[in-house]
Design a protein around this ligand. Structure first.
Ligand SMILES: Cc1cc2nc3c(=O)[nH]c(=O)nc-3n(C[C@H](O)[C@H](O)[C@H](O)COP(=O)(O)OP(=O)(O)OC[C@H]3O[C@@H](n4cnc5c(N)ncnc54)[C@H](O)[C@@H]3O)c2cc1C
Ligand code: SF4
Length: 544
C-alpha cells in the first residue's frame, strides 16, 4: 500500500488482547483492585462470545474467587452436572469404565462458555473496562525491546492491498502493560514467543482440535446435567482423542470430538471422525428426533505443565490458553485460564502501584505458587504417556499415576515432537474411507460452516498466508496427500484440478472459523494464520 497515514493512539495502564475467560477475568480483577487503573480490551469477534467455543463444563473454582456473588449477579450457570459417564466404544458396543477422579464433575456446571463470556463482559464494563469488540489486534508495538501496546488492523483494505472506499486506519492502543489472552495458538502470542525466546528450555506446545455441534432434542430424551465422555472407536489406538456429550439448558446437547494433533495418518479427517462417532448405536439415540443448530471448531492446548512458556517479557505477559493451562485429563482449561488472568492482574496492579518494573515477573512467581501449578503438576505425565505407550499403555499408566502415585511421580515425561512433525507420508499410511453424510445425523463441511454463521469481508488481503505458494502442491499434496483438505474443519483448503493433472490449492478463506489447526498441523509450516479484518469469523450463537 502507498504511504500510510500515522495511526491515532490511545493510552491505557493495561491493554488486554482477547475477550475470552482469561482476558475478561484479568480485566475484572484489575478494576476490582483499583478503579483508577485504565483497562482496555479488544476482541476480534463481532461481539464478546462470538468466537468462544468450548465443551463446556465449568469448574467454578476461579469464578468463586473472582465474583463470589455470581449467583446474585445472574451468571448463566444454569445446568449443574448430575451424572458422569465414561465409556469405551468399539464399533458396536459401549462399555462403561470407572470415571477417573479428574473427570468427576460433582459441583461443576454445564454452560455455554460464549454466554458466560458475554456475562463476564457485562461485569467488566460495569466496572469501567473499555471493551472494543470487532477489533483484531494485528500488530505488537515494540519500542526499545519493550512491548508498548498493540495496533488494531486497518479496515477496508482490498485484496490487492489498496484502500477501498471503506478504508479506516487501525488504532494504536498503548499501555504500560499488555496482556495477551488470545487463546490457543494466538497469532501475536506466537510472534512474542519467537521474539522473546519464551519457549527456550520448554517442551514444545502440543494441541488438539475440538469440533463441536449443538443439538436441540425432544424434551422426553433430555436429561439435564448428564455428562458423557467416550474413548476408543472410531479412532485407532495410535490416535489420542475422544468425545464429549453434555445435556444442558432447555433440551440442548453440546457434543463434540477432540483429537490430538500429534496424529500420524494424513488421511485422517477430524471432522469426519465426529460424524462417524454420532452413528454409534449407543450415541445416535441421544439425537433421535433432534435437530443440529450450531457448529464450530477450535484448537486447544494439550502440552500441560512441561509446555508452559516463560510467561512474561518486557511490557507484558501471556495469560490463559495463549500460554496453555489446559488440564487434559480433566478436559478443562477455563478455570485455569481465568485464574491465570486474575494472577496476572494482581501482579500488574501491584506493579502499577509500585515502581512499574519493565517486566511484570511477579505474575509467573504467583502462578507457580497457585493451585493452577499444583493441579497441572499432578497430571503432567498423563497426556505424554499416551504418546509414549499408545492407547492401552497410556490408559494403564494413567491408572497407576492417578491411583497409586497420586500425581506425585518423581519423573516427568516430555513431549518430543511438535504436531506438524508427526505425519507419515501418504503412501505409507492406510487410507480411511468415511461414509457419506445422510443430512440428518451426519453432515458435510459446507452445511456445517453455514450454521457457524461465519462471515468475512471478501475484499480483503488473505489472512491464511502461504510463505511459499508452491509448497502445497509440491510437498503437501505429493508427500502427505494434501492433509489440509482434511484437517481443516471448514473446507477452506481444496485441491482442485487433481484429476486433470493440474493440481492447485484453492483457499476459501471466507469459511475460516479461526480454529488455528492449519497454523499448527501444516507439515511444512508454510501456512501462517494472521488476523483478518476485525468482526470477521464465526458468530457462535448463545448456547455454544
Ligand atoms: C472443543 C473444546 C472443548 C472444551 N471443553 C472444555 C470444558 O468442558 N471445560 C473447560 O473448562 N474447558 C474446556 N475447553 C478449554 C477452554 O475452552 C479454554 O481453556 C478456554 O476457553 C481458554 O480461555 P482463554 O480466554 O485463554 O481463550 P479463548 O477462550 O480462546 O478466548 C480467546 C479470545 O481472544 C480473541 N482473540 C484472539 N486473538 C485475538 C486478536 N489478535 N485480537 C483480538 N481478539 C483476539 C478470540 O476471538 C477469543 O474471543 C474446551 C476447548 C475446546 C476447543
Ligand atoms: S483455515 Fe485454518 S484456522 Fe481456518 S478453519 Fe481451517 S484449519 Fe481452522
Amino acid at each position: 500500500m502507498s504511504e500510510q497515514a500515522p495511526r491515532e493512539a490511545m493510552e491505557f495502564d493495561v491493554v488486554i488482547v482477547g475477550g475470552g475467560p482469561s482476558g475478561l477475568s484479568a480485566a475484572i480483577r484489575l478494576k476490582q483492585l483499583s478503579a483508577d487503573i485504565s483497562v482496555c480490551l479488544v476482541e476480534k469477534g463481532s461481539e464478546i462470545g462470538a468466537h468462544i467455543l468450548s465443551g463446556a463444563v465449568l469448574e467454578p473454582r476461579a469464578l468463586n474467587e473472582l465474583l463470589p456473588d455470581w449467583q446474585e449477579l445472574g451468571a448463566p450457570l444454569n445446568t449443574p452436572a448430575t451424572v458422569d459417564r465414561f465409556l469405551f466404544l468399539t464399533e458396536v458396543a459401549a462399555t462403561r469404565l470407572p470415571t477417573p477422579p479428574q473427570m468427576n464433575n460433582h459441583g461443576n456446571y454445564i454452560v455455554s462458555l460464549g454466554n458466560v463470556c458475554r456475562w463476564l463482559g457485562q461485569q467488566a464494563e460495569a466496572l469501567g473496562v473499555e471493551i472494543y469488540p470487532g477489533f483484531a489486534a494485528a500488530e505488537v508495538l515494540i519500542e526499545d525491546g519493550k512491548v508498548v501496546g498493540i495496533a488494531t488492523g486497518d479496515m477496508g483494505v482490498g485484496k490487492d492491498g489498496q484502500p477501498t472506499d471503506n478504508y479506516a486506519r487501525g488504532m494504536e492502543l498503548r499501555a504500560t502493560y499488555t496482556l495477551f489472552a488470545e487463546g490457543a495458538r494466538g497469532s501475536l502470542s506466537k510472534q512474542l514467543m519467537a521474539r522473546f525466546n519464551l519457549r527456550d528450555g520448554k517442551d514444545p506446545q502440543t494441541y488438539a482440535i475440538g469440533i463441536k455441534e449443538l443439538w436441540e432434542i425432544p424434551q422426553e430424551n433430555h436429561q439435564a446435567g448428564l455428562i458423557e465422555h467416550t474413548t476408543g472407536w472410531p479412532l485407532k489406538g495410535d490416535t489420542y482423542g475422544g468425545s464429549f456429550l453434555y445435556h444442558l439448558g432447555d433440551n440442548l446437547i453440546s457434543t463434540g470430538f477432540v483429537i490430538g494433533l500429534d496424529y500420524k495418518n494424513p488421511w485422517l479427517s477430524p471432522f469426519e471422525e465426529l460424524q462417524r462417532y454420532k452413528t454409534h448405536p449407543h450415541v445416535r439415540k441421544h439425537f433421535e428426533g433432534g435437530r443440529r443448530i450450531a457448529y464450530g471448531a477450535r484448537a486447544l492446548n494439550e502440552g500441560g505443565l512441561q509446555s508452559i512458556p516463560k510467561l512474561t517479557f518486557p511490557g507484558g505477559a501471556l495469560i490463559g490458553c495463549s500460554a496453555g493451562f489446559v488440564n487434559v485429563p480433566k478436559v478443562k482449561g477455563t478455570h485455569t485460564a481465568m485464574k491465570s488472568g486474575m494472577l496476572a492482574a494482581e501482579a500488574l496492579a501491584e506493579a502499577l502501584a509500585g515502581d512499574r518494573p519493565a517486566e511484570p515477573v511477579a505474575y509467573e512467581a504467583r502462578l507457580r505458587e497457585s493451585w493452577v501449578w499444583e493441579e497441572l503438576s499432578s497430571v503432567r505425565n498423563i497426556r505424554p504417556a499416551f504418546a509414549k505407550f499408545g492407547f492401552w499403555g497410556g490408559m494403564a499408566y494413567a491408572g497407576i499415576d492417578t491411583y497409586l502415585l497420586r500425581g506425585k511421580a518423581p519423573w516427568t515425561f516430555h513431549h518430543k515432537y511438535q504436531d506438524h512433525e508427526t505425519l507419515m507420508e501418504a503412501d505409507a499410511a492406510p487410507r480411511i474411507n468415511y461414509p457419506k453424510p445422510d443430512g440428518v445425523l451426519t453432515f458435510d463441511r459446507n452445511s456445517s460452516v453455514f450454521i457457524s454463521n461465519t462471515n468475512h469481508e471478501e475484499n480483503q488481503p488473505a489472512h491464511l498466508t502461504l510463505k511459499d505458494a508452491d509448497v502445497p502442491v509440491a510437498t503437501n499434496l505429493k508427500r502427505f496427500g494434501g492433509p489440509e483438505a482434511r484437517f481443516c474443519p471448514a473446507g477452506v483448503y481444496e485441491f482442485i484440478g487433481v484429476e486433470e493433472g493440474q493440481p492447485r490449492l484453492q483457499i476459501n478463506a471466507q469459511n475460516c472459523v479461526h480454529c488455528k489447526t492449519c497454523d499448527i498441523k501444516d507439515p511444512t509450516q508454510n501456512i501462517n494464520w494472521v488476523t483478518p479484518e476485525g468482526g470477521g469469523g464465526p458468530n457462535y450463537p448463545g448456547g455454544m
